[in-house]
Design a protein around this ligand. Structure first.
Ligand SMILES: Nc1ncnc2c1ncn2[C@@H]1O[C@H](COP(=O)(O)OP(=O)(O)OP(=O)(O)O)[C@@H](O)[C@H]1O
Ligand SMILES: [Mg+2]
Length: 322
Protein backbone atom coordinates (compact mmCIF):
# COMPACT_ATOMS: atom_id res chain seq x y z
CA UNK A 1 0.00 0.00 0.00
CA UNK A 2 1.29 3.46 -0.81
CA UNK A 3 1.66 6.14 1.80
CA UNK A 4 -0.92 8.35 0.03
CA UNK A 5 -3.36 5.47 0.15
CA UNK A 6 -2.50 4.95 3.81
CA UNK A 7 -3.31 8.59 4.53
CA UNK A 8 -6.72 8.15 2.86
CA UNK A 9 -7.37 4.93 4.79
CA UNK A 10 -6.45 6.57 8.05
CA UNK A 11 -8.86 9.42 7.23
CA UNK A 12 -11.54 6.93 6.26
CA UNK A 13 -11.15 5.12 9.56
CA UNK A 14 -11.31 8.52 11.25
CA UNK A 15 -7.85 7.91 12.64
CA UNK A 16 -7.04 11.37 13.83
CA UNK A 17 -4.29 9.81 15.86
CA UNK A 18 -2.15 8.97 12.82
CA UNK A 19 -1.03 11.16 9.96
CA UNK A 20 1.63 11.20 7.30
CA UNK A 21 3.95 14.19 7.63
CA UNK A 22 6.02 15.64 4.82
CA UNK A 23 9.67 16.05 5.76
CA UNK A 24 12.27 18.04 3.84
CA UNK A 25 15.46 16.16 2.96
CA UNK A 26 17.40 19.04 4.58
CA UNK A 27 15.87 18.30 8.02
CA UNK A 28 18.94 16.34 9.12
CA UNK A 29 21.34 19.15 8.26
CA UNK A 30 19.33 21.71 10.19
CA UNK A 31 20.12 19.90 13.45
CA UNK A 32 23.01 21.95 14.79
CA UNK A 33 25.71 20.52 17.06
CA UNK A 34 24.72 17.36 19.02
CA UNK A 35 27.69 15.64 17.37
CA UNK A 36 27.72 12.50 19.53
CA UNK A 37 24.05 11.71 18.93
CA UNK A 38 24.31 12.52 15.23
CA UNK A 39 27.32 10.26 14.88
CA UNK A 40 25.61 7.31 16.57
CA UNK A 41 22.46 7.71 14.51
CA UNK A 42 24.41 8.15 11.31
CA UNK A 43 26.73 5.18 11.85
CA UNK A 44 24.35 2.73 13.45
CA UNK A 45 20.98 3.55 11.98
CA UNK A 46 21.26 5.49 8.75
CA UNK A 47 24.28 3.74 7.25
CA UNK A 48 23.04 0.14 7.80
CA UNK A 49 19.59 1.08 6.46
CA UNK A 50 21.07 2.68 3.36
CA UNK A 51 23.71 -0.05 2.82
CA UNK A 52 21.59 -3.10 3.52
CA UNK A 53 23.59 -5.61 1.47
CA UNK A 54 26.87 -4.67 3.08
CA UNK A 55 25.29 -4.67 6.52
CA UNK A 56 23.95 -8.18 5.92
CA UNK A 57 27.33 -9.37 4.60
CA UNK A 58 28.91 -8.31 7.91
CA UNK A 59 26.08 -9.63 10.07
CA UNK A 60 25.00 -6.15 11.14
CA UNK A 61 21.37 -6.32 12.27
CA UNK A 62 19.23 -3.70 10.61
CA UNK A 63 17.73 -1.37 13.24
CA UNK A 64 13.96 -1.41 13.53
CA UNK A 65 13.15 0.63 16.61
CA UNK A 66 14.68 3.60 18.40
CA UNK A 67 13.66 5.27 21.65
CA UNK A 68 14.68 8.89 22.25
CA UNK A 69 14.41 10.35 25.73
CA UNK A 70 15.22 13.69 27.30
CA UNK A 71 13.79 16.93 28.69
CA UNK A 72 11.31 19.03 26.67
CA UNK A 73 12.53 21.02 23.69
CA UNK A 74 15.83 19.24 23.29
CA UNK A 75 15.35 18.03 19.72
CA UNK A 76 13.70 14.60 19.84
CA UNK A 77 11.14 15.49 17.20
CA UNK A 78 13.81 17.27 15.15
CA UNK A 79 16.02 14.15 15.19
CA UNK A 80 13.08 11.99 14.07
CA UNK A 81 12.29 14.31 11.19
CA UNK A 82 15.99 14.44 10.36
CA UNK A 83 16.16 10.64 10.18
CA UNK A 84 13.12 10.43 7.90
CA UNK A 85 14.51 13.25 5.74
CA UNK A 86 17.94 11.69 5.44
CA UNK A 87 16.50 8.27 4.57
CA UNK A 88 14.02 9.87 2.15
CA UNK A 89 11.26 7.87 3.86
CA UNK A 90 7.76 9.02 4.77
CA UNK A 91 7.08 9.99 8.36
CA UNK A 92 3.88 8.65 9.91
CA UNK A 93 3.17 10.25 13.26
CA UNK A 94 0.97 8.55 15.83
CA UNK A 95 -0.28 10.97 18.51
CA UNK A 96 -1.37 9.10 21.65
CA UNK A 97 -3.37 12.07 22.90
CA UNK A 98 -5.54 11.90 19.77
CA UNK A 99 -6.62 8.31 20.39
CA UNK A 100 -10.32 8.51 21.15
CA UNK A 101 -11.32 7.33 24.60
CA UNK A 102 -14.63 5.53 24.34
CA UNK A 103 -14.76 2.54 26.58
CA UNK A 104 -12.07 0.39 28.06
CA UNK A 105 -10.83 -1.41 24.93
CA UNK A 106 -11.24 1.41 22.47
CA UNK A 107 -7.82 3.07 22.56
CA UNK A 108 -5.99 -0.26 22.42
CA UNK A 109 -8.17 -1.32 19.49
CA UNK A 110 -7.41 1.88 17.60
CA UNK A 111 -3.70 1.38 18.17
CA UNK A 112 -3.96 -2.17 16.84
CA UNK A 113 -5.86 -0.91 13.79
CA UNK A 114 -3.27 1.77 13.06
CA UNK A 115 -0.41 -0.74 13.24
CA UNK A 116 -2.29 -3.21 11.06
CA UNK A 117 -2.59 -0.42 8.44
CA UNK A 118 1.14 0.12 8.64
CA UNK A 119 2.10 -3.54 8.29
CA UNK A 120 3.58 -4.30 4.93
CA UNK A 121 4.43 -0.68 4.12
CA UNK A 122 8.03 0.02 3.18
CA UNK A 123 10.19 3.09 3.56
CA UNK A 124 8.35 4.58 6.49
CA UNK A 125 9.47 6.04 9.79
CA UNK A 126 6.68 5.65 12.34
CA UNK A 127 6.95 8.26 15.06
CA UNK A 128 5.22 8.05 18.44
CA UNK A 129 5.71 11.18 20.54
CA UNK A 130 4.67 11.26 24.23
CA UNK A 131 5.37 7.54 24.18
CA UNK A 132 4.78 7.24 27.94
CA UNK A 133 1.06 7.67 27.24
CA UNK A 134 1.04 4.32 25.41
CA UNK A 135 3.53 2.58 27.62
CA UNK A 136 2.95 3.59 31.19
CA UNK A 137 4.45 1.61 34.04
CA UNK A 138 1.96 -1.09 35.13
CA UNK A 139 1.92 -0.05 38.81
CA UNK A 140 0.81 3.48 38.00
CA UNK A 141 -1.60 2.56 35.21
CA UNK A 142 -5.38 2.40 35.12
CA UNK A 143 -6.94 -0.68 33.52
CA UNK A 144 -7.35 1.10 30.17
CA UNK A 145 -3.73 2.30 30.27
CA UNK A 146 -2.53 -1.23 31.02
CA UNK A 147 -4.42 -2.51 28.01
CA UNK A 148 -2.80 0.15 25.83
CA UNK A 149 0.62 -0.67 27.16
CA UNK A 150 0.04 -4.41 26.58
CA UNK A 151 -1.07 -3.68 23.03
CA UNK A 152 2.13 -1.70 22.48
CA UNK A 153 4.14 -4.63 23.83
CA UNK A 154 2.49 -6.87 21.27
CA UNK A 155 2.78 -4.43 18.38
CA UNK A 156 6.51 -3.68 18.54
CA UNK A 157 7.72 -7.26 17.85
CA UNK A 158 5.08 -7.49 15.14
CA UNK A 159 6.23 -4.23 13.57
CA UNK A 160 9.85 -5.38 13.71
CA UNK A 161 9.04 -8.16 11.23
CA UNK A 162 8.52 -5.55 8.49
CA UNK A 163 11.30 -4.68 6.07
CA UNK A 164 12.59 -1.14 5.56
CA UNK A 165 10.71 0.45 8.41
CA UNK A 166 11.83 2.27 11.51
CA UNK A 167 9.84 2.97 14.65
CA UNK A 168 10.96 6.04 16.60
CA UNK A 169 9.38 6.67 20.01
CA UNK A 170 10.08 9.77 22.09
CA UNK A 171 9.47 10.52 25.73
CA UNK A 172 10.25 13.14 28.37
CA UNK A 173 9.50 10.59 31.07
CA UNK A 174 11.51 7.44 30.48
CA UNK A 175 11.25 6.58 34.19
CA UNK A 176 7.46 6.21 33.79
CA UNK A 177 7.73 3.64 31.01
CA UNK A 178 6.70 0.03 31.37
CA UNK A 179 10.07 -1.62 31.95
CA UNK A 180 9.05 -4.60 29.78
CA UNK A 181 9.31 -2.23 26.82
CA UNK A 182 12.87 -1.33 27.68
CA UNK A 183 14.11 -4.90 27.67
CA UNK A 184 16.20 -6.11 24.73
CA UNK A 185 14.26 -7.23 21.71
CA UNK A 186 12.02 -4.20 21.47
CA UNK A 187 14.23 -1.15 20.95
CA UNK A 188 17.59 -1.48 19.24
CA UNK A 189 18.69 1.85 20.66
CA UNK A 190 17.65 3.99 23.60
CA UNK A 191 19.26 7.35 23.05
CA UNK A 192 19.35 10.38 25.35
CA UNK A 193 18.78 13.75 23.70
CA UNK A 194 19.85 16.48 26.10
CA UNK A 195 20.00 20.26 26.09
CA UNK A 196 22.15 22.09 23.56
CA UNK A 197 25.88 21.58 23.74
CA UNK A 198 28.14 24.58 23.10
CA UNK A 199 28.35 23.98 19.36
CA UNK A 200 24.59 23.58 18.99
CA UNK A 201 24.02 26.67 21.14
CA UNK A 202 26.38 28.64 18.90
CA UNK A 203 24.57 27.43 15.77
CA UNK A 204 21.13 28.27 17.18
CA UNK A 205 22.30 31.74 18.30
CA UNK A 206 23.73 32.40 14.83
CA UNK A 207 20.33 31.65 13.30
CA UNK A 208 18.57 34.14 15.60
CA UNK A 209 21.31 36.76 15.18
CA UNK A 210 20.39 37.01 11.50
CA UNK A 211 17.14 38.66 12.56
CA UNK A 212 18.57 41.46 14.69
CA UNK A 213 20.70 44.62 14.26
CA UNK A 214 24.00 43.68 15.88
CA UNK A 215 27.69 44.42 16.13
CA UNK A 216 30.30 41.67 15.88
CA UNK A 217 29.31 39.12 18.52
CA UNK A 218 31.77 36.96 20.46
CA UNK A 219 29.92 33.75 19.64
CA UNK A 220 32.39 31.61 21.57
CA UNK A 221 31.67 33.51 24.79
CA UNK A 222 27.92 33.72 24.26
CA UNK A 223 27.62 30.01 23.34
CA UNK A 224 29.56 29.02 26.45
CA UNK A 225 26.95 30.83 28.59
CA UNK A 226 24.05 29.48 26.53
CA UNK A 227 24.95 25.80 26.62
CA UNK A 228 22.38 23.71 28.47
CA UNK A 229 19.68 26.14 27.35
CA UNK A 230 17.01 24.90 24.97
CA UNK A 231 16.51 26.57 21.57
CA UNK A 232 13.29 28.08 22.94
CA UNK A 233 15.26 29.68 25.81
CA UNK A 234 17.67 31.20 23.30
CA UNK A 235 14.81 32.48 21.19
CA UNK A 236 13.37 34.22 24.27
CA UNK A 237 16.75 35.82 25.13
CA UNK A 238 17.16 37.20 21.63
CA UNK A 239 13.58 38.54 21.66
CA UNK A 240 14.35 40.48 24.85
CA UNK A 241 17.62 41.78 23.42
CA UNK A 242 15.80 42.93 20.28
CA UNK A 243 13.09 44.74 22.27
CA UNK A 244 15.68 46.49 24.40
CA UNK A 245 17.67 47.63 21.30
CA UNK A 246 14.47 48.91 19.72
CA UNK A 247 13.59 50.94 22.84
CA UNK A 248 17.13 52.33 23.12
CA UNK A 249 17.16 53.56 19.53
CA UNK A 250 13.68 54.99 19.91
CA UNK A 251 14.78 57.19 22.80
CA UNK A 252 18.34 58.01 21.59
CA UNK A 253 17.40 58.43 17.89
CA UNK A 254 20.80 56.85 17.05
CA UNK A 255 21.46 53.52 15.39
CA UNK A 256 21.76 50.95 18.15
CA UNK A 257 23.66 47.77 17.47
CA UNK A 258 23.30 44.85 19.88
CA UNK A 259 26.60 43.93 21.56
CA UNK A 260 27.98 40.74 23.10
CA UNK A 261 27.40 42.34 26.53
CA UNK A 262 23.69 42.88 25.75
CA UNK A 263 23.25 39.20 24.93
CA UNK A 264 25.24 38.08 27.97
CA UNK A 265 23.08 40.32 30.19
CA UNK A 266 19.82 38.74 29.04
CA UNK A 267 21.31 35.24 29.08
CA UNK A 268 22.19 35.76 32.73
CA UNK A 269 18.60 36.69 33.61
CA UNK A 270 16.92 34.03 31.49
CA UNK A 271 15.61 31.11 33.54
CA UNK A 272 16.61 27.94 31.67
CA UNK A 273 13.75 25.54 30.93
CA UNK A 274 15.88 22.71 32.22
CA UNK A 275 16.72 23.47 35.83
CA UNK A 276 19.38 21.86 37.98
CA UNK A 277 17.03 19.13 39.25
CA UNK A 278 15.84 18.25 35.73
CA UNK A 279 19.44 18.05 34.65
CA UNK A 280 20.37 15.81 37.56
CA UNK A 281 17.42 13.54 36.82
CA UNK A 282 18.45 13.38 33.17
CA UNK A 283 22.03 12.49 34.15
CA UNK A 284 20.67 9.68 36.34
CA UNK A 285 18.45 8.45 33.54
CA UNK A 286 21.38 8.35 31.13
CA UNK A 287 23.14 6.04 33.58
CA UNK A 288 20.10 3.98 34.53
CA UNK A 289 18.84 3.34 31.05
CA UNK A 290 22.33 3.43 29.60
CA UNK A 291 22.68 -0.32 29.54
CA UNK A 292 20.99 -3.33 28.13
CA UNK A 293 21.45 -7.05 28.51
CA UNK A 294 23.11 -7.64 25.18
CA UNK A 295 25.48 -4.71 25.09
CA UNK A 296 24.70 -1.13 25.90
CA UNK A 297 21.75 1.03 25.08
CA UNK A 298 23.35 2.72 22.15
CA UNK A 299 23.85 -0.47 20.24
CA UNK A 300 22.72 -4.01 20.60
CA UNK A 301 26.11 -5.13 19.49
CA UNK A 302 26.87 -7.81 22.05
CA UNK A 303 29.56 -8.11 24.69
CA UNK A 304 32.49 -7.71 22.30
CA UNK A 305 31.70 -4.13 21.46
CA UNK A 306 30.80 -2.83 24.89
CA UNK A 307 34.02 -0.90 25.12
CA UNK A 308 33.35 1.37 22.19
CA UNK A 309 29.77 1.80 23.36
CA UNK A 310 30.96 2.95 26.76
CA UNK A 311 33.09 5.60 25.10
CA UNK A 312 29.98 6.84 23.40
CA UNK A 313 28.19 6.95 26.73
CA UNK A 314 31.01 9.10 28.09
CA UNK A 315 30.81 11.42 25.11
CA UNK A 316 27.07 11.82 25.56
CA UNK A 317 27.56 12.47 29.25
CA UNK A 318 30.15 15.14 28.64
CA UNK A 319 27.75 16.86 26.25
CA UNK A 320 25.15 17.15 28.95
CA UNK A 321 27.27 18.05 31.95
CA UNK A 322 26.05 21.06 33.93
N1 LIG B 1 20.18 20.75 17.58
C1 LIG B 1 19.33 21.70 17.19
N2 LIG B 1 19.68 22.62 16.30
C2 LIG B 1 18.83 23.60 15.90
N3 LIG B 1 17.57 23.72 16.33
C3 LIG B 1 17.14 22.82 17.21
C4 LIG B 1 17.98 21.76 17.70
N4 LIG B 1 17.30 21.01 18.56
C5 LIG B 1 16.08 21.55 18.61
N5 LIG B 1 15.97 22.63 17.80
C6 LIG B 1 14.78 23.48 17.64
O1 LIG B 1 14.19 23.59 18.94
C7 LIG B 1 12.80 23.45 18.91
C8 LIG B 1 12.37 22.29 19.81
O2 LIG B 1 12.88 21.08 19.28
P1 LIG B 1 12.01 19.72 19.24
O3 LIG B 1 10.58 20.02 19.01
O4 LIG B 1 12.68 18.80 18.30
O5 LIG B 1 12.21 19.24 20.74
P2 LIG B 1 11.56 17.97 21.47
O6 LIG B 1 12.64 17.33 22.23
O7 LIG B 1 10.83 17.15 20.48
O8 LIG B 1 10.54 18.69 22.45
P3 LIG B 1 9.32 18.00 23.26
O9 LIG B 1 9.91 17.12 24.29
O10 LIG B 1 8.63 19.19 23.85
O11 LIG B 1 8.49 17.27 22.25
C9 LIG B 1 12.42 23.27 17.45
O12 LIG B 1 12.02 24.52 16.93
C10 LIG B 1 13.71 22.81 16.78
O13 LIG B 1 13.78 23.23 15.44
MG1 LIG C 1 8.78 16.57 20.37
Amino acid sequence: MSVTKLNKDLEHLNMQAAEVIKVESSAWDSIAGMKAQKEIIEKKILLPLTNKKLAKKHGVTLPKALLLFGPPGTGKTSFTKGIAGKLGWSLVEISPSELVTEGLHFEAQQLKQIFSQLNGLKNIVVFIDEFEELAINAEKATKAERMLSNEMLKQIPQFRKNEQVLLVCATNHIHHLNSALLRPGRFDFILPIGPLDKEAASAVISIYLEKINHNTIDLELVAEKAKNFTPADIESVIAQVAQSAFEKELSSKHDYKVSTQDILKYLSIQKPTINKEDMELFQKQIKEYGRCASGCIYCFTGEGQNKSCNKEVEKLNSNTRI
